[in-house]
Write a protein that binds this ligand. Structure first.
Ligand SMILES: NC(=O)c1ccc[n+]([C@@H]2O[C@H](COP(=O)([O-])OP(=O)(O)OC[C@H]3O[C@@H](n4cnc5c(N)ncnc54)[C@H](O)[C@@H]3O)[C@@H](O)[C@H]2O)c1
Length: 292
């Protein structure tokens, strides 16, 4: 799809109130697309809606929890009253969870699988068949993560959902190829967005100061959601199957493919280093044992 001119195209973005979803919705609008946006954060969504309008694009915004099947069904019905089918579908809404498997409760699993995996499945289920039926082609962008091909101990459930999104995207790509619909699994690395503050932390990651250190790391790295949006546009333009975004995501992508043993060793040493740092700082705070 030619993304240099999206006039008369309709792009749908979930999780558009913040971060990567917001930046990409605005990037689509700047290229002339009409937008359909949703999020469960009503206030943030209203800000995005206004920003899209200020860019001169039409916009339809609805408060939706992507993990709720009936809400996604209602959203799709409202969208398809306005347009026959969307041209770009971006399943982006997602949440983080810093926890090893042993610290992840079944409530955590239900929550994160519901949003990160079922939310993407619902998005594809309710919007892709119309894209196929109307035979205009198009593109599906599913936001996975570098954690969708390299799993780490401290992101057990998050990685599981992102591997799922990666796998779904690969399967869907083959199925939709002959319908002229491209599919990309977008795999960002360390991107400076509010997700670092909103992600619940469990176990060692919940030790006082640990989340703040992670936030600082993401801020220092300062790879912006706007840069991610530019890369997503390129991925659509060139119909890439997988789009690692940021240098660290690319490095991990190739290491995992060609030297998986090295990735496993790096993972072990990073987990060990994090454990040592957290234990040292907890001991010096005198709060050892306060962990839950
Ligand atoms: N920031 C990173 O480093 C990074 C790295 C890899 C992948 N990602 C992925 O990128 C996507 C966007 O994340 P972001 O970094 O922009 O974070 P963000 O928190 O800025 O944006 C996520 C958006 O999703 C919305 N959302 C969450 N749960 C929802 C639900 N149930 N229904 C509807 N909306 C919901 C939030 O309200 C928020 O507006 C996520 O899927 C995330 O996993 C982020």
């Amino acid at each position: 799809m030619d993304v240099t001119n999206l006039n008369s195209k309709t792009a749908l973005v979930t999780g558009a109130a913040s971060g990567i979803g917001k930046a990409t919705a605005l990037a689509f609008a700047r290229r002339g697309a009409n937008l359909i946006v949703c999020d469960f954060n009503e206030q943030g969504l209203a800000t995005t809606e206004q920003a899209i309008r200020d860019l001169g694009s039409d916009v339809f915004a609805q408060k939706v929890d992507v993990s709720k099947r009936e809400q996604m069904e209602g959203f799709a019905a409202a969208v398809h009253q306005r347009v026959d089918a969307v041209d770009i579908l971006m399943n982006n809404a997602g949440v983080g969870l810093g926890a090893g498997f042993l610290e992840t409760s079944l409530t955590d699993w239900d929550w994160i699988v519901g949003i990160n995996l079922m939310g993407v499945i619902y998005g594809c289920h309710y919007f892709v068949p119309r894209m196929v039926e109307h035979k205009r082609g198009g593109h599906v962008v599913n936001v996975s993560s570098a954690a969708g091909y390299v799993a780490s101990e401290s992101l057990a459930a998050y990685s599981t959902t992102k591997f799922g999104v990666f796998g779904l995207s690969e399967a869907l790509r083959t199925e939709l190829e002959r319908r002229n619909i491209g599919v990309t699994a977008v795999c960002p690395g360390i991107i400076n967005t509010p997700i670092t503050r909103s992600s619940p932390m469990r176990g060692l990651a919940a030790t006082p100061g640990a989340q703040e250190r992670m936030v600082k790391l993401y801020e220092r790295r300062n790879y912006t959601p706007e840069r991610v949006a530019e890369n997503i546009l390129k991925a659509i333009q060139f119909n890439r199957a997988v789009a690692p975004i940021s240098p660290e995501a690319w490095i991990m992508y190739y290491l995992k493919r060609f030297t998986p043993w090295l990735v496993a060793a790096l993972n072990r040493s990073m987990a060990e280093r994090m454990r040592r740092e957290i234990e040292a700082s907890t001991a010096s705070n005198g709060s050892l044992g306060a962990r839950r």
